[in-house]
Write a protein that binds this ligand. Structure first.
Ligand code: ZN
Length: 350
């Protein structure tokens, strides 16, 4: 039986922190489903909202139930939903898109300029129940557990970035060993890259990268020169493809420096404000650059689930799991910079 109220983790005041609140269980529309949340992942976005930085203060209306990375189970179907069933385990795309824009009408929903995000602009998933359009639901096969279902959103960022270019037989440089960079290394390997090198300045993160994807070559750029690694690997000119995951200016500089003529870069990392770029270097090296946002709806989801069923293993990126009641511990762990993905379990909440 569906209760009238639920426990949720929300931004209720314009200051640092998130608070457990009692909120009404969402009413669903004819095209929505109601999802009972089992597990959620904490994202960098949630940390921005916790910290209430300039971006969050300018973007997120209050009160807002945060969170957009989740796995759960459908407990109620809207009147017009015919292709889903009660009891179906699922995750879902947290970007809510319209149908009117040119991009949406061309089937490129992820490029709809009117996109709103759950947990950012619309009530989110850090709660016992979530309302989601049936269109956004991704059913989870039995062999994908909830703790992986809860991180498909960031894995989708990694997959979207890594699959932007054909990686079969290519040498790939990833700058930034956060959870998405690390998962991208595993995806790049799965997609057939020859050498996968990942750089960072955080030793713990590089260790985690090695733990998640043992074949990756980690480089702490404080201790080791990327140029030496290029030589040691026997790469004549450098890397064919770069996946920029850090938003760090010197990481991008190093990437451009060590890319082959005609190399390609996919940019997912977000620099803080404007940053200087050596454009003439990019022109003379004939480099292609592509910005990556979100996940392709829904091709990325399809590919990612197929790869998970075909041996892609990112399970070790989940380094911590807490009861959602211990969310403060979860956020502290995330903020320490010494964790992979942190999962909150909603199963035993109230
Ligand atoms: Zn996220």
């Amino acid at each position: 039986m569906k209760p009238n109220t639920m426990t949720a983790l929300a931004k209720t005041r314009a200051e640092e922190g998130l608070w457990m609140i009692e909120a009404p269980v969402p009413e669903i529309g004819p095209d929505d489903v109601l999802i009972k949340i089992n597990k959620t992942g904490i994202c960098g976005t949630d940390i921005h909202i916790w910290n209430w930085d300039d971006w969050a203060a300018a973007t997120v209306p209050i009160p807002m139930i945060t969170g957009h990375e989740f796995a759960g189970e459908i407990v109620e179907l809207g009147r017009d939903v015919t292709d889903l069933k009660i009891g179906q385990r699922c995750s879902g795309e947290g970007h809510l898109t319209g149908t009117e824009s040119r991009q949406s009408r061309a089937g490129k929903f992820h490029l709809d300029p009117g996109t709103r995000g759950i947990g950012v602009n619309v009530q989110g998933a850090f709660a016992q129940y979530l309302r989601l359009p049936a269109f956004n639901v991704i059913p989870l096969p039995d062999d994908i557990p909830d703790e992986i279902g809860a991180i498909l959103d960031p894995l989708g960022n990694a997959v979207h970035t890594a699959l932007k270019y054909d990686l079969l037989g290519e040498d790939v440089l990833i700058t930034g060993a956060g959870p998405i960079g690390i998962m991208a290394a595993a995806v790049a390997r799965h997609a057939g890259a020859r050498n996968v090198v990942i750089t960072d300045i955080n030793a713990e993160r590089l260790e985690l990268a090695q733990h998640v994807e043992p074949t990756v070559r980690t480089v702490n750029v404080i201790q080791e020169k990327l140029a030496d690694v290029v030589t040691a690997l026997g790469l004549k000119q450098g890397f064919d493809v770069g996946l920029e995951m850090s938003g760090n200016q010197s990481a991008l500089d190093q990437m451009i420096e060590h890319l082959v003529m005609g190399g390609k870069i996919a940019l997912l990392g977000i620099p803080p404000g404007k940053s200087p770029v050596d454009w003439s270097r990019i022109v003379f090296k004939a480099i292609t650059i592509k910005g990556i946002y979100g996940r392709e709806m829904f091709e990325t989801w399809y590919k990612m689930i197929a790869m998970l069923q075909n041996g892609l293993d990112v399970s070790r990126i989940n380094t911590h799991e807490f009861s959602a009641r211990d969310f403060k511990l979860g956020f502290e762990t995330m903020k320490s910079g010494q964790s992979g993905k942190v999962v909150l379990d909603w199963g035993d909440v109230k």
